[in-house]
Design a protein. Sequence first.
Length: 235
Amino acid sequence: MSDLPSAAVEHLQIPDIDALRPALLTHRPRILVLYGSLREVSYSRLLAHEARRLLEYFGAEVRVFNPEGLPLPDAAPADHPKVQELRSLSEWSEGQVWVSPERHGAMTGIMKAQIDWIPLSIGSVRPTQGKTLAVMEVSGGSQSFNAVNQMRILGRWMRMITIPNQSSVARAYQEFDAEGRMKPSAYYDRVVDVCEELMKFTLLTRDASAYLTDRYSERKEAAAKLEERVSLQSI
């Protein structure tokens, strides 16, 4: 017999192996790629499109969001066309790739603005919950992991499944050729690793993401609200 409080047991669920093995979706994994620079020669944009090519090769349907014209958070209403475009793409996606330059030891404001425009919740819908996430960064100097570490924190806050692998491309100006393609290198190999891993995690989790992110505390809260509504209706 359980020695847990009865109030807690009421909303507990024993993990269900069958729920983790639902019928598999058959469409191509949908991946959204964000990058954090508006420069004419943007290495984060070049890396974003390098990731796009790899993900498409692995079988994904990929969209790359162009942040040009996206207003600062709270500087425009949420019905701004660029905000609506970004939110629609985020809702459409099953996985995402965030690619930021490192500036002053951190991700760029352009990168953060895109993430800030994607709400944690809209009514009862959580637009990013259960989606997979890969993080990458480029820097002009020696290798650093400040930007990817910050994006990992944001990914967790957005309730995303952030994959273990990541990419940090140092001295990015040396790593791309005149056509904007990434040169063969250990950095490129890591980008391949990240894209391959993102695809695997997306295929593994997308069918069961709703079950994976179903929470005891939220079930308990929802039950309490329902009980309150029923009680008010009976008055």
